[in-house]
Design a protein around this ligand. Structure first.
Ligand code: C2E
Ligand code: MG
Ligand code: MG
Ligand code: MG
Length: 289
């Protein structure tokens, strides 16, 4: 039937596109007031040391519980928020909320926050970061900003200046989703990253024999190590992936195999007395998902 009626298919796609445009306009309207509506919250996913499986930090991930649609995925609404100019406000809320949460954790545990490329070039960002650290009384080196290669598509001088201003405050930098961007690698020479996060598309399936991802992960680890950067493997789901990633030399691991993103009060329970947390106990208590 599809072949017989090309026009029908065309009309179908047209309708879909209009529906999406309407949908988008509604999402835009709701996003403009989301900070007053209280629909946002953060969840936190553990990052563990590959060696001893101790928690070294949590990545803060934003969640939007929409009054009628339920949860809207961040990779859907963050790009819209960027386009309508809401990212500075939402981003500030994320940084403040994450710093306040982390201030209640043991002091060796860091918090990582995602900063979108547009937010990264907002001249207000250093002030926002300093304000959030001061209010929460959080030392700057416990805050890690996760940035994607997308920031390097923007004006070089402004990007360099922003790195310098933030570095002077003392925060750490992680290069997120490494390997998925257009990456010329040239920026690795000068941008002050403390860590490369290997995208989950290279981690997943890496343990399947003959899969080329393992070779790619090994090469990224070698690159990071020679540049004196840590590596976090993102999205390890299975014990096979965990073992392989460990054998390839990644220094840190983040993925469902250790824990899904969890609400802040669950984090508090988990990190209470972390100094003596038994790593295999942590591994054993992980729910088999
Ligand atoms: P990301 O920063 O790369 O975050 C990692 C994503 O992978 C998260 O999805 C996390 O839940 C998911 N993940 C972690 N481990 C596993 C695993 O083992 N298996 C699978 N299948 N997934 C795993 P999430 O929370 O949906 O976030 C998606 C993206 O949205 C993030 O990617 C980040 O780019 C963006 N994002 C999230 N929160 C924020 C925020 O506060 N601000 C900004 N600007 N972007 C955010
Ligand atoms: Mg991230
Ligand atoms: Mg990532
Ligand atoms: Mg991502």
């Amino acid at each position: 039937a599809a072949k017989a009626d090309g026009k029908g298919i065309h009309r179908f796609y047209e309708r879909e596109m209009h529906a999406n445009a309407d949908d988008r306009r509604l999402l835009e309207m709701d996003l403009r007031t989301v900070l007053n509506d209280g629909g946002l919250h953060l969840v936190y996913q553990p990052v563990v040391n590959a060696g001893d499986e101790k928690i070294v930090g949590f990545e803060a991930l934003i969640r939007w519980n929409h009054p009628t649609r339920g949860y809207v995925r961040p990779d859907v609404f963050i790009p819209i928020a960027e386009e309508i100019g809401m990212i500075p406000q939402i981003g500030e809320w994320v940084i403040r909320t994450a710093c306040t949460a982390a201030a209640q954790w043991p002091e060796h545990i860091r918090v990582a926050v995602n900063v979108s490329p547009i937010q990264f070039l907002s001249p207000a960002l250093p002030g926002v970061v300093m304000g959030a650290l001061a209010t929460a009384q959080l030392p700057a080196n416990r805050l890690e900003l996760e940035i994607t290669e997308g920031v390097f598509m923007n004006d070089d001088a402004a990007t360099d200046a922003m790195f310098a201003r933030l570095k002077a405050i003392g925060v750490r930098f992680a290069l997120d989703d490494f390997g998925t961007g257009y990456s010329s690698l040239g920026y690795l020479k000068k941008a002050p990253f403390d860590k490369i996060k290997i995208d989950q598309s290279f981690v997943r399936g890496a343990a399947i024999p003959g899969n080329r991802n393992a070779a790619i992960v090994r090469a990224i680890v070698a690159l990071a190590t020679s540049l004196d950067m840590d590596t976090t493997a993102e999205g390890a789901e299975t014990l096979d992936e965990l073992e392989l990633i460990r054998s390839l030399g990644c220094s840190h691991i983040q993925g469902y195999v250790f824990g899904r993103p969890m609400p802040g009060d669950e984090v508090l329970e988990k990190v209470k007395g972390t100094a003596t947390l038994n790593p295999s106990g942590f591994l054993a208590s992980r729910s088999p998902r």
